[in-house]
Write a protein that binds this ligand. Structure first.
Ligand code: NAD
Length: 444
């Protein structure tokens, strides 16, 4: 099938590459000329395991191409994916300006004849958006288009695998033609029996927000329980295992930590709250989820000041991990933004390392780097030079089994604040560390 994917970010690039891999003829279009130039040179602008060879192979075999000319790309495609960003507006609602700009481009580049066209919202969009896309296209053309909602559930860090072997594919359609075409398009990805769930468009649009809000709720719920464990001297790891083995609850997404971040959970929870309020439905569960998460991002800074005092002038802290989760360079809404700024604002200097997010950190922390508050280090042990303590903010694999003797020898004081519960508190105590983690020991 001839496919256009508009928006070549984390989602669009993965969708385009995976659809090319199954034999489709894919053109990826983006208004970011720099990004398209890099892609045409065979360079992948993001870190995503498995993506580079996939793009390389399909580029070489001529099944994928990259362009800034969105008009011709959508004019010649029979299936068009809209995969542009839907950032939060000032009131927390999803800003649809990019989505509707693409719909406008699709309408104004509609050929007078040729095969029927399917327009798919792949971006995460609030219920009712498909109708707005349809209306934007219809402003330019009398030709009918089949508008569908096909939300994306891939996880950054495992995006290619998630797209190639999805738990399920959700498709909201209101025409038999679109249902058949999308069934064909996704058939290669559901060969092991994982379902394509066809439903009405509004339900598909809501499904994506409901999934992310449920996952965010589990995280905030466990962080609330972690707070209780600390207050009474219990261990959240035991509680997690105790509830996760209940098959009605299940073990996933029950890890306490320093809060959720990334480009999706924070904005999607906000947008769903907005939709709920707009429709007169009580949003108090999600208000609580947000509130707990905002507070949780500051927990480690609080623990640091409990140990070293409110004024951190003259102190230096090593930080391991800046991305919002491992296996990605994405720092959007990462807890590290709150923690690193929190330490520097209190007078400390920070020496930080991340295996992949260094270039993003240079952008997010430009001011702190210029002022000397933050130094980015090449190696994770370099962060510990002259540091009073180590903070772990992302559970990257290379941090899991460090040389603790080396860590001890390099740190001014053997103090570790672990925001991801990587190590056993008892073992750390025996190894001579003052070890603070989340929800696993009484707060003194
Ligand atoms: P992104 O910011 O990485 O990429 C969006 C791209 O769209 C950018 O390259 C931008 O230049 C381009 N763009 C903006 N306006 C355009 C226009 N008018 N024409 C052409 N290109 C345009 O965003 P992302 O992370 O890929 O997310 C895209 C959507 O998918 C969002 O709605 C997001 O919520 C959703 N989503 C993201 C993830 C994820 O893990 N990142 C997962 C599932 C769903």
């Amino acid at each position: 099938m001839r496919i256009a994917v508009v928006g070549t970010g984390y989602v669009g690039l993965v969708v385009g590459a995976c659809l090319a891999e199954t034999g489709n003829d894919v053109v990826c279009a983006d208004v970011d000329a720099g990004k398209i130039a890099r892609l045409n040179a065979g360079e992948i602008p993001i870190y995503e395991p498995g993506l580079e060879p996939l793009v390389e192979r399909n580029l070489r075999d001529g099944r994928i191409s990259f362009t800034t000319d969105v008009g011709p790309a959508v004019a010649s495609a029979e299936i068009i994916f809209i995969a542009v960003g839907t950032p939060p507006g000032e009131d927390g609602s999803a800003d649809l300006k990019h989505v509707l700009a693409v719909a406008d481009t699709i309408g104004s580049n509609m050929p007078d004849d040729g095969p029927e066209k399917i327009v798919i919202t792949k971006s995460t969009v609030p219920v009712g958006t498909a109708a707005k896309v349809r209306a934007a296209v219809a402003r330019h053309t009398g030709r009918t288009v089949h508008v569908c909602s096909n939300p994306e559930f891939l996880k950054e860090g495992a995006a290619v695998l998630d797209f190639m072997k999805p738990d399920r594919v959700v498709v909201g359609v209101d025409s038999e033609y679109a249902r058949e075409k999308l069934g064909e398009l996704y058939a290669p990805f559901v060969r092991t029996g994982n379902p394509i769930l066809f439903m009405d468009i509004a339900s598909a649009e809501i499904t994506k927000y409901a999934a992310n809000a449920m996952l965010a709720t589990r995280i905030s719920f466990m962080n609330m329980i972690a707070g209780l464990c600390e207050a009474v001297g219990a261990d959240v790891t035991h509680v997690r295992q105790g509830i996760g083995t209940d098959e009605r609850i299940g073990p996933g997404f029950l890890f306490a930590g320093i809060g959720y971040g990334g480009s999706c959970f924070p904005k999607d929870v906000k947008a769903l709250i907005h939709t709920l309020r707009d429709t007169g439905v009580d949003a108090s569960i999600l208000d609580g989820v947000e509130q707990v998460n905002d507070a949780q991002k500051s927990v480690l800074v609080q623990r640091v000041t409990e140990r070293f005092g409110a004024d951190l002038t003259g102190r230096t802290f090593g930080v391991w991990g800046l991305s919002f989760k491992p296996e990605t360079d994405d720092m959007r809404e990462a807890p590290s933004l709150t923690v690193v700024r929190g330490l520097v604002e209190r007078g400390a200097r920070v020496r930080a390392h991340d295996p992949e997010a260094g270039h993003e950190a240079e952008r997010y922390f430009e001011d702190l780097i210029t002022s000397g508050g933050l130094t980015l280090c090449e190696h994770n042990y370099d962060c510990l030079e002259g540091a009073d303590a180590l903070l772990v903010l992302t559970e990257w694999a290379p941090y899991r089994n460090p040389d603790f003797a080396r860590v001890r020898a390099q740190l001014g004081e053997p103090v570790i604040f672990d925001g991801r519960n990587l190590w056993d508190p008892e073992r750390m105590r025996e190894a001579g560390f003052h070890y603070v983690s989340i929800g696993r020991q009484a707060r003194a």
